[in-house]
Write a protein that binds this ligand. Structure first.
Ligand SMILES: *[C@@H]1O[C@H](CO)[C@@H](O)[C@H](O)[C@H]1NC(C)=O
Ligand SMILES: *[C@@H]1O[C@H](CO)[C@@H](O)[C@H](O)[C@H]1NC(C)=O
Ligand SMILES: *[C@@H]1O[C@H](CO)[C@@H](O)[C@H](O)[C@H]1NC(C)=O
Ligand SMILES: *[C@@H]1O[C@H](CO)[C@@H](O)[C@H](O)[C@H]1NC(C)=O
Ligand SMILES: *[C@@H]1O[C@H](CO)[C@@H](O)[C@H](O)[C@H]1NC(C)=O
Ligand SMILES: *[C@@H]1O[C@H](CO)[C@@H](O)[C@H](O)[C@H]1NC(C)=O
Ligand SMILES: *[C@@H]1O[C@H](CO)[C@@H](O)[C@H](O)[C@H]1NC(C)=O
Ligand SMILES: *[C@@H]1O[C@H](CO)[C@@H](O)[C@H](O)[C@H]1NC(C)=O
Ligand SMILES: *[C@@H]1O[C@H](CO)[C@@H](O)[C@H](O)[C@H]1NC(C)=O
Ligand SMILES: *[C@@H]1O[C@H](CO)[C@@H](O)[C@H](O)[C@H]1NC(C)=O
Ligand SMILES: *[C@@H]1O[C@H](CO)[C@@H](O)[C@H](O)[C@H]1NC(C)=O
Ligand SMILES: *[C@@H]1O[C@H](CO)[C@@H](O)[C@H](O)[C@H]1NC(C)=O
Length: 699
């Protein structure tokens, strides 16, 4: 073969001697993972230089941006526990090597510009809990292999361009709790097999291209709380009756899904808060069994419903919106809906009955100011004067909740003593007046809230957040909120440090704790607010330069200490090698051969259990081709490199240079000697390599 011949006659004939010495107590990233991260980096396009520090030597010990490591595991290495790269303006694609991060529990690339498809190798990330890829340009279909993830709890893949079907293999995800895949182009039939998922709580596939029928089997999921499939294209199938039996459900949203048949009886859902079946082709009348007392929103608008409006709607203390417009409902307008409203002065109730066939009204209607009734387009409005309902028959004004914000300066505090230019503000509800402090800014989006009017839930919301984070309620301010299409609720929160005479800022570990809680979706347990997205976590003013040290690394050694150990170990090796090399050089000088015959790798002439033989290729791989960046020492005998073997062992590799080559026997004698040396301050010899250059190059 010509390549071989070229090599044989090539001028490079280097004899290599390699001493392997294992470093005791060195802490480093597992080499497989370190090189996987390099591969990940190569596939990304980082125009903003956000990953510039990914050129530093070791991902965990030199703390690459977004790489959060575990402590040292049984194998003696640090491992990648989380990749947190949200909002880094990254383009490019996801490398298949991500599959090698077998300790990672969180993969977070949200809010970037990543394209390409989801590599099937992600199915090998056996520790993965959260797969977070929202808000990118990811296309292609969902790999079947994702169904193999044994510990996954959340697929957060919304706002991409994922196409193809929902894999049947997802039925194997016995730990999954969240399917958040809205706003993609996922198509085809929802696999009925998914009905076995024992822990799924959120099934959010709205704004996709699903077709076929709605599988009744979904009602068998024992924990399902949100079923949201708006804006899909089912084939004119009915809403399965069994959906009225999902006793755990809070929210059912099937808007604009091309559904026919009757409205199912939802009275069996004990805690139903929100149901939207609007913009379908539903027929028949509204079921007469009373809905759950907790209902806030019931939207049946834009269907073909007939029959009367059931009178039981007057009995709902939390009702915010009853939307029945654009149907063909007949009979009387009910007049006492607002009797039982519970939430005090902030409570607002909207009753929209426009464009139906309501013909009469029994008695007078005089609702309080926070109740709005819309009757336009009903026959009853032809007698508006006579029935005293003119205000309700006019052209209605929009009543979507206006965006809110709260930026009032607390009374009696002086603007100038709180430097807003440095991001300091008075804490509005501070127990001690005029407490001026620097807040953290947090952009959140509630992606499927079970309410349609937020103001009256502001206080419960504040309590929800602060109790999850162990803060005082006054520490959080809802700076602004706005309803978006969906409906979803986007908001900007400010979190202030607790009142203290000594400081008006959070310290770094507090910031880290708060950031961890949000970024790992650790806020749990409120039915009304449902799943949320972290949009941003803004560090301004005094926090601008806070280096956030990932929590899991804190228990590890400091970088300085670590470096010290590594360098110490290295110099020790260099010293030993120098001494032995010198001794052997002196003793056996005259036996130095020029060139070895072309042979296979030499065998050791003595027996040893602990010393292994390596090929030059293995060592090349271990040191990145004896890259100068891996060099840790140099002497008359040659160079010492830090290398990582295929099994992950970190070694020091001594490579003799051409001028100081020993003979075969001398070399082996030295190896034998070194293999017998055991001392607690000496790093043990693990292996050797003895090859000719030509074989090396051609291997
Ligand atoms: C991302 O890009 C925007 C402009 O497109 C810039 O304002 C922002 O600072 C960048 N963020 C990062 C983390 O690079
Ligand atoms: C997003 O990625 C695409 C494809 O890599 C690229 O063409 C485009 O410029 C990127 N956009 C931004 C804002 O980085
Ligand atoms: C899965 O999670 C359980 C408990 O949370 C843990 O004991 C187990 O080691 C995890 N499995 C893998 C492959 O990470
Ligand atoms: C679930 O896993 C089992 C065993 O790993 C496999 O045989 C089966 O085909 C999987 N189910 C689906 C629906 O992929
Ligand atoms: C999701 O898709 C719908 C329909 O295309 C669109 O109206 C909505 O704005 C999208 N949501 C987001 C957050 O972009
Ligand atoms: C949705 O699926 C239909 C086939 O069921 C296909 O014709 C259509 O192009 C798809 N639309 C999108 C936006 O992917
Ligand atoms: C919808 O699709 C399913 C499965 O493809 C089929 O069994 C059913 O008859 C279809 N329904 C209608 C109304 O076309
Ligand atoms: C719903 O549950 C009730 C009682 O638990 C049962 O009688 C009824 O048959 C169920 N309906 C469906 C469609 O499963
Ligand atoms: C009710 O449904 C209609 C039609 O689908 C929609 O336009 C409206 O936004 C919905 N209202 C609420 C509060 O969800
Ligand atoms: C509405 O229902 C009435 C009977 O209550 C019927 O006469 C009328 O044709 C229906 N209108 C439409 C548009 O379906
Ligand atoms: C964070 O998100 C909020 C809400 O979406 C937005 O108002 C704010 O401008 C964002 N801040 C940054 C720095 O992106
Ligand atoms: C999440 O919350 C649990 C209990 O509330 C806590 O033990 C855990 O440390 C939290 N996780 C993070 C990343 O803060």
């Amino acid at each position: 073969m010509s390549t071989l011949r070229f090599c044989q006659f090539g001028a490079i004939i280097a004899l290599l001697q390699c001493y392997f010495v294992m470093l005791s107590s060195a802490q480093m990233t597992h080499p497989t993972e370190a090189s996987a991260l390099q591969a990940v980096r190569r596939k990304l396009i980082d125009t903003w230089g956000n990953l510039d520090d990914w050129q530093k030597s070791d991902p965990c010990t030199s703390k690459w941006t977004g790489v959060i490591c575990t402590g040292v595991k049984n194998d003696g290495y640090l491992h990648v526990g989380e990749l947190r790269l949200l909002h880094r303006n990254l383009s490019g694609t996801l490398a298949p090597e991500l599959g090698l991060l077998s300790y990672a529990t969180i993969l977070n690339f949200m809010w970037n510009n990543i394209s390409g498809s989801i590599p099937k190798e992600i199915g090998k990330m056996t520790s993965l809990n959260l797969l977070l890829l929202s808000g990118n340009q990811i296309s292609g279909s969902l790999p079947d292999e994702l169904g193999n993830l044994p510990n996954i709890t959340k697929f957060q893949l919304d706002l991409n361009q994922i196409s193809g079907p929902l894999p049947r293999s997802f039925a194997n995800l016995s730990t999954i709790k969240h399917f958040h895949m809205n706003n993609n182009s996922i198509s085809g039939q929802i696999p009925p097999e998914l009905g076995v998922l024992p822990k799924l709580i959120h099934f959010l596939l709205d704004n996709n291209n699903l077709s076929g029928y709605l599988p009744p089997e979904l009602s068998k999921m024992p924990k399902l709380t949100v079923l949201q499939l708006d804006n899909n294209n089912f084939n004119g199938t009915e809403i399965p009756e069994s959906y009225g039996n999902i006793s755990t459900l809070f929210k059912l949203s099937l808007r604009n899904c091309n559904l026919k048949g009757p409205v199912p009886d939802l009275s069996g859902i004990r805690r139903l808060l929100y149901a939207d079946l609007s913009s379908n082709k539903l027929t028949g009348s509204i079921p007469t069994n009373k809905l759950s007392n907790y209902i806030t929103t019931f939207n049946l608008s834009n269907n073909m419903l007939t029959g009367p409006i059931p009178s039981y709607f007057s009995g709902f203390p939390f009702l915010q919106k009853l939307l029945l417009e654009n149907n063909n409902l007949s009979g009387d307008v009910p007049t006492n809906f607002w009797q039982n409203l519970a939430l005090g002065p902030a409570a607002k109730l909207t009753l929209d009955f426009q464009n139906n066939s309501l013909t009469n009204i029994s008695g007078a209607i005089s609702p309080p100011a926070n109740v709005s009734i819309k009757l336009q387009g009903n026959p009853v409005c032809q007698r508006a004067n006579e029935l005293n309902i003119v205000p309700f028959c006019g052209v209605p004004t929009g009543d979507n909740e206006a965006p809110g914000n709260s930026n009032d300066l607390p009374e009696g505090c002086k603007t100038q003593s709180c430097p807003s230019s440095d991001n300091f503000e008075y804490v509005p509800e501070s127990p001690v007046p005029c407490f001026c402090a620097a807040p953290l800014g947090i952009g959140l989006r509630l992606r499927s809230p079970s309410i349609s009017d937020f103001l009256q839930y502001k206080i419960p919301f504040q309590f929800w957040i602060t109790s999850n984070l162990s803060l005082n309620p006054y520490q959080i301010v809802i700076d602004s909120f706005i309803w978006e299409e969906g409906p979803r609720l986007r908001m900007y929160l400010k979190i202030f440090p607790p009142f203290s005479k000594d400081t008006s800022q959070f310290n770094t570990s507090d910031i880290q704790h708060l950031m961890d809680q949000f970024a790992t979706f650790n806020l749990t347990g409120d039915d009304n607010f449902g799943p949320y997205d972290l949009l941003n976590f803004t560090l301004l003013g005094p926090y601008k330069n806070v280096l956030v040290i990932p929590k899991h690394q804190k228990s590890g050694m400091s970088r300085g200490a670590l470096l010290g150990i590594v360098l110490g170990a290295m110099s020790l090796i260099v010293a030993i090698s120098l001494v032995t090399a010198f001794i052997f050089y002196k003793k056996h000088k005259r036996f130095y051969p020029k060139v070895f015959k072309k042979t296979s790798t030499q065998k050791l002439p003595f027996k040893t259990e602990s010393v292994k033989e390596f090929s030059f290729l293995e060592l090349e791989m271990a040191t990145n081709g004896f890259d100068t960046s891996k060099q840790v020492g140099q002497g008359g005998y040659g160079k010492v490199y830090k290398g990582v073997l295929a099994d992950g062992t970190i070694v020091a590799i001594k490579r003799a240079h051409a001028g100081s080559l020993q003979g075969q026997n001398e070399f082996f004698t030295e190896i034998e000697l070194l293999s017998r040396l055991h001392h607690r301050n000496l790093v043990p010899l693990v292996g050797y390599c003895f090859e000719q250059g030509e074989q090396v190059r051609c291997g």
